[in-house]
Design a protein around this ligand. Structure first.
Ligand code: ADP
Ligand code: MG
Length: 357
């Protein structure tokens, strides 16, 4: 059989551009080059699409493919040439977007790939968009009987025009301390914790730089528990893991910049029945947004009461060799490279199922 050409798409316009480069480089290293041909598509921070050729460097051992390296360190643009997004079907059979955040993980690029009739890995348009929006997803989870923390959605108009009333409303619904988040973001970008009215005002201002929809949540003194899902119609959950953040909360620094001081604990130290409940809730949450392909589902467990809250679904979770999602699958017996192949298979299954309907 002819080798399929897999287009790995990375970078992107979101605040998580750099994180995407790390994930994509790991994925590129791991894909079985005997089974697949690769085509590299980088999207710059200002949204330009570039084709990145394979780049070699000569050392003692001969020519060495350094494409993943230049992607990882952000110098890939020097080697790249412009590519028209509408033309990518000439170059690829299948797209693997490995990007996080708005324009990348929120259904926009998935919509473009649907328009181009290119099969792709991961969730479809609706699931991606719903999972990305922290207010919409919480609403859906609640309607499906899944427990979420107290929260209040406010918009830029609420804040700019009716500031006092809006803050009163937040205080009544959520209280202090609270977490203030742009509704559509990730990697903790724009998120802060507020202990009083002054801090809340600051936190809202910060979040408004990233989105016009802001979610304010009650603060849970929690353990952070996650599991991974793979599947289309019959999704399955991986092992369950815990994050032990190096900071007060799992902020951007703790996620990517603390040199590994944040720890992942796999499997999470939880009673078997709690682990099982988390896995079942994760599958239910994934189905509730019509998840396809893969996703990581994140929970909070209240340290005092043991109550479980569903926090969010990440439809394109971090994918480096040290990231939670692939490690949770390794713990469940699926190796890093196999996870990627499974995602490709699931993308094709969805594509053929849709075309044969
Ligand atoms: N309601 C909350 N209570 C306690 N901690 C929270 C709450 N919401 C978020 N956090 C902390 O902030 C981090 C990032 O929030 P999250 O909603 O997961 O956003 P992101 O999409 O950026 O990952 C979480 O991993 C957790 O450490
Ligand atoms: Mg998160």
């Amino acid at each position: 059989m002819e080798k399929k050409r897999i287009g790995v798409i990375f970078g992107g316009r979101s605040g998580e551009h750099e994180v995407s480069l790390l994930s994509a480089a790991s994925v590129i290293r791991a894909i079985d080059k005997d089974k697949f041909d690769l085509f590299y598509i980088g999207i710059t921070k200002d949204g330009r699409w570039m084709a990145v050729p394979q780049v070699f460097a000569r050392d003692e051992s001969g020519d060495r493919d350094i494409t993943p390296e230049i992607i990882e360190n952000g110098t890939w643009q020097n080697a790249a040439t412009a590519v028209n997004p509408w033309d990518i079907k000439n170059h690829i059979d299948f797209a693997l977007p490995i990007m996080h955040g708005p324009y990348c993980e929120d259904g926009r690029i998935q919509g473009l790939l649907e328009m181009l009739d290119i099969p792709y890995g991961g969730c479809g348009v609706l699931a991606s968009a719903m999972a990305m929006d922290k207010a919409v997803s919480k609403e859906i989870f609640r309607q499906n009987g899944l427990p979420v923390c107290e929260y209040q959605l406010v918009t830029n108009v609420d804040i700019d025009k009716y500031k006092e009333g809006t803050i009163d409303k937040i205080e009544k619904a959520v209280g202090y301390p609270c977490f203030v988040k742009p509704a559509n973001m990730g990697s903790s970008v724009g998120i802060s914790k507020a202990a009083n009215r002054r801090e809340l005002e600051e936190a809202l201002k910060l979040a408004l730089h990233h989105d016009k929809r802001i979610v304010v949540e009650e603060c849970i003194d929690c353990r952070e528990i996650e599991t991974g899902i793979l599947g289309n119609e019959n999704p399955e959950a991986a092992a369950v893991g815990e994050i032990l953040p190096s900071a007060e909360f799992y902020d951007y620094n703790a996620k990517y910049c603390d040199g590994g001081a944040s720890k992942l604990c796999i499997p999470a130290d939880l009673p078997a029945d709690v682990t099982e409940k988390i896995r079942q809730m994760a599958v239910k949450a994934y189905k509730s947004i019509d998840g396809e392909g893969f996703a990581r589902v994140d929970f909070f467990i209240d340290k005092k009461t043991g109550k479980i809250y569903l926090n969010e679904i990440n439809t394109i979770p971090g994918f480096t060799k040290f990231s939670m999602f692939p490690l949770l699958w390794e713990a469940a017996g699926v190796k890093y490279g196999e996870t990627i192949e499974r995602i490709i298979e699931l993308g094709y299954e969805r594509y053929y199922a849709k075309n044969n309907r």
